[in-house]
Design a binder for this molecule. Structure first.
Ligand code: ADP
Length: 547
């Protein structure tokens, strides 16, 4: 019988662990002069390089251990935008064996409070401009021992955050040399919570091994010709699913890194692309639509950009076509989730499909599976469906960079992972015989606007707290800039009257600003399914946009 229980002959290759610190060692040694540029509107650019990045990550690792007494496995949080200091945390924290927990500063306060406590963060590293966001929450963080503000001593803001210290003061005086500890490659390296389903946010705990394998897979799969990865500007934030792997990919390849101002004003972004001669950038479609509009209005062209990675939501065809045909930039639509590190598919057509005009059609698909990810689509009963481009089912994935469960959340793990070890993605798709994945719908009851999640269930629950409302149902409707925006259908209680302005006013201050629905539609009743649930599909299908 094939696959006997006894081990076959062991190979004779070295068992060097795949660990994140090797990336920064490699980059400092072989690409030491390659730059890392941090831009802030109104301030001079901060220019550094991989040699300095490694030295400062080393100083940080020494300070974490020697001054803050951080131990391997401890969680160290960041609440910060894209900067070189944030990247130093990527390497210093994971490199010493602790866990880098990146928090999305745009989340609504109760979610941040839940996440910090659930993760058991011991320290939070925070950008100076985000200090006022954390201050009112700090009393709810009994486990947090102190805060490190990502600035110089002289820039330290007056703050009520307990035990606050400037980053440069923390790391100053520690040596820039280090021999990183040898870690088991399955050691946890970073943690990121996803609010991409209903209920509490869920923690995805990456390992050194998963991170490196994901980086190798990415490096092997970008296809836009030589030099396309020379200079990378990750528009995607460092707090979104490891910035889609770019902070690891860049040092692996020796790519220059550019961190743009977080406001992502199209003029400033275009200027960053041109000034730094960016060749590759990645982000959600909203950003690229705004940039496109700016280019068209000002009749501009790119002089260096060659490859644009798009993901997080489906990019419109018009976006792909404009970049590919008019601007000569290769667009790659990639699909994945926080749970999947995140890359699962890349939108590189097979050679026979990579010619105009059909290339654009193929690129509107969410791509094809990367080697290392296994994928299936299943029906409601869990049976696998054929890859015929017609049968539509939920995507299940498995592989070495796919979450096997959620951090300290047995219930979410039980719901999210099948008995036979596949991750349920909540995305409904077809896959054709060539492997092109087309995302058709989302089974999870959430709306994605400009790359940020809105829980329709939270929105409904908060809305029905209005004294005149009987029922509410939120759906996501396509939007040209934001990909999706929420629309809320409401039913008044018998004998009561409600209108749109009253509901909007009620929601203001109760939900995050971007969750306020674009429209509130008062209806007599909501459509229900046979099992008595509100039929969102019927609502979506029957929805006509406002004139
Ligand atoms: P990320 O931070 O990478 O966007 P999330 O976990 O927040 O990850 O979101 C993952 C979800 O976003 C997917 O399950 C899917 O619904 C949606 N998504 C991601 N990429 C695409 C894509 N290329 N096309 C359509 N939907 C996408």
């Amino acid at each position: 019988m094939i696959g006997a229980a006894a081990p076959a002959l062991p190979g004779l290759m070295m068992d060097r662990s795949l660990q994140i610190s090797r990336l920064i060692d490699h980059a400092a040694l072989w690409h030491g002069e390659v730059e890392i540029v941090t831009q802030r509107t109104g301030l001079p650019d901060r220019r550094s390089n991989y040699r300095e990045l490694r030295a400062r990550s080393a100083q940080l690792a020494h300070a974490l251990a020697g001054r803050l007494h951080v131990r391997p496995g401890d969680r160290v949080a960041t609440f910060a935008w894209n900067t070189q200091r944030h990247l130093e945390l990527y390497y210093g924290v994971s490199g010493m064996g602790a866990v880098l927990h990146t928090i999305n500063p745009r989340l609504f306060a109760p979610q941040v409070a839940y996440i910090v406590n659930h993760a058991g963060d011991r320290f939070v590293f925070v950008d100076a401009d985000l200090v006022p966001v954390l201050e009112p929450l700090a009393a709810q963080f009994p486990g947090v021992e102190g805060y490190v503000v990502l600035c110089e001593e002289a820039e330290m803001p007056a703050t009520t955050l307990p035990n606050a210290i400037a980053y440069e003061t923390l790391i100053g005086g520690f040596p820039g040399e280090i021999e990183w500890p040898e870690l088991d490659e399955t050691t946890a390296s970073s943690l990121c919570y996803t609010s991409g389903t209903t209920g509490n946010p869920k923690g995805v705990l990456y390992s050194h091994r998963s991170t490196l394998l994901h980086t190798f897979a990415q490096a092997a799969s970008w296809q836009a010709g030589p030099g396309s990865q020379a200079t990378i500007l990750p528009v995607v934030p460092l707090f979104h699913a490891n910035a889609w792997g770019l902070p690891y990919l860049a040092p692996m390849q020796g790519s220059k890194l550019v961190f743009a101002d977080p406001h992502l004003d199209p003029a400033a972004l275009y200027d960053a692309f041109e000034r730094e001669q960016v060749t590759l950038s990645c982000g959600v479609p909203t950003i690229w639509l705004r940039l496109l509009e700016y280019l068209e209005r000002n009749d501009l062209r790119f002089s260096s950009l060659r490859l644009l990675g798009v993901g997080g939501t489906a990019p419109p065809r018009s976006l792909i076509e404009a970049f590919e045909v008019k601007y000569g930039v290769c667009v790659m639509n990639a699909w994945g989730m926080t749970e999947t590190s995140p890359a699962c598919t890349f939108g590189t057509p097979k050679p026979q499909h990579d010619v105009l005009p059909q290339r654009i059609d193929y690129k509107t698909h969410a791509g094809r599976c990367l080697f290392g990810v296994e994928m299936r689509i299943v029906d409601d009963a869990g049976a696998s469906l054929p890859f015929d481009g017609v049968a539509q089912g939920e995507i299940h994935v498995r592989g070495p960079w796919i979450a096997s469960g959620y951090f300290e959340d047995a219930e979410a793990t039980e719901r999210g992972v099948t008995d036979d070890g596949w991750l349920r993605t909540g995305d409904i798709a077809t896959i054709d015989a060539d492997g092109y994945v087309a995302i058709r719908d989302r089974a999870k009851d959430v709306i994605k606007s400009g790359g940020e999640w809105i829980s329709s269930i939270d929105l409904e629950n908060i809305a029905v707290a209005h004294p005149d409302l009987a029922e509410a149902a939120a759906i996501g409707v396509p939007h040209p800039t934001w990909s999706e925006r929420p629309v809320l259908f409401v039913v008044a209680k018998a004998g009561r009257h409600v209108d749109e302005p009253a509901i909007i006013a009620f929601l203001q201050g109760r939900v995050a600003k971007w969750s306020i629905p674009d429209r509130v539609i008062v209806v007599q009743e909501l459509p229900h399914t046979a099992t008595g649930k509100v039929s969102k599909r019927t609502l979506r299908e029957g929805y006509t946009p406002a004139p």
